[in-house]
Design a protein around this ligand. Structure first.
Ligand SMILES: NC(=O)c1ccc[n+]([C@@H]2O[C@H](COP(=O)([O-])OP(=O)(O)OC[C@H]3O[C@@H](n4cnc5c(N)ncnc54)[C@H](OP(=O)(O)O)[C@@H]3O)[C@@H](O)[C@H]2O)c1
Length: 260
């Protein structure tokens, strides 16, 4: 299916690895021009070179910390008028004991997972409206629907973002600007693999055994592949998805146990 977005321009945040990198590659397949952002400029440059040679689209890279206002300004100076904004990023390095979380921990989490996407969306949404096309997609987490106390440092800002995006998604849809979040289950990204190795180290058991056991607990019996969430993202960014807005869409291989 032709997604009808060839020639559009997308900002992809957190594109240096994992889900963000897969999304960048998938949008490039649709011949979308890209502005890639993350802190690791070397990884971005390598990805950009690959994508340029494979797909012939324009790709620029912005090495910036998007949890900081200065980083976001650098990104918006490079591309202030994207047709598509994919927000993806931080993994919380949280202590599971909520009693240990300080105000500074909360502010760091809020900056990275709420204020950063809110500021980027606010900066680009009016331009999208003026041009009559816009797609905003956030990579979020399944824990938004199934919160766990030990993860609330990341879930709380993501719940706030879900509320903000719901407002944006409904306020702008009549201008063909949509806003949706993807609620991810477990995907086999470098960060998840590193976490698997850390669990193996802590338990003294082989990585393979721990990896298989964790995958088997999901209804699908496996983790997701980054290309699978990238395909969903590409559809949400497509010309066909103008009636899908203000949604939090689970993509977790049946991991969530409820109906709604
Ligand atoms: N994979 C999963 O199983 C899973 C499950 C639930 C939720 N999620 C969420 O989905 C998102 C992507 O997951 P992933 O596994 O692909 O993570 P990942 O491999 O760690 O990738 C995260 C990306 O975000 C970038 N990033 C992080 N902090 C940033 C900052 N302050 N400024 C700019 N870029 C930043 C990283 O690049 P730099 O380090 O170069 O900046 C990297 O490109 C994360 O928010 C994660 O919490 C993932």
């Amino acid at each position: 299916m032709d997604l009808g977005i060839a020639g559009r321009t997308a900002i992809v945040c957190g594109a240096s690895r994992g889900i963000g990198r897969a999304i960048a590659r998938r949008l490039a397949q649709e011949r979308v021009h890209l502005v890639l952002a993350a802190r690791d400029g070397l990884a971005l440059a390598a990805l950009a070179a690959d994508i340029r040679s494979e797909h012939g689209v324009d790709v620029s890279e912005v090495a910036a910390d998007l949890s900081l206002a200065a980083g976001r300004s650098t990104l918006l100076a490079a591309c202030g008028d994207p047709d598509i904004l994919v927000h993806n990023g931080a993994w919380p390095d949280e202590n599971p004991d909520f009693r240990a979380w300080s105000r500074a921990d909360w502010l760091r989490a809020m900056d990275a997972m709420l204020f950063a996407p809110v500021a980027l969306i606010t900066a680009v949404v009016e331009g999208m409206k003026a041009r009559g096309f816009g797609r905003i997609v956030a990579v979020s987490s399944r824990f938004v629907k199934e919160p766990r106390l030990q993860h609330m440092l990341s879930v709380s800002p993501r719940l706030g973002l879900a509320g903000f995006m719901n407002g944006i998604g409904r306020a702008y849809v009549r201008h063909n600007v949509t806003a949706n979040a993807m609620l991810t289950g477990i995907f086999e990204t470098d960060t998840q693999i590193a976490f698997g190795h850390e669990l193996a180290r802590r338990s003294g058991r082989p990585f393979e055994q721990i990896w298989q056991e964790r995958a088997a607990t999901n209804a699908a019996g496996r983790f997701g592949r980054p290309e699978e969430i990238a395909a969903l993202c590409a559809f949400l960014c497509s010309a066909h998805a103008g009636f899908v807005t203000a949604q939090n869409i689970l993509i977790d291989g049946g991991g969530y146990p409820g109906v709604f």
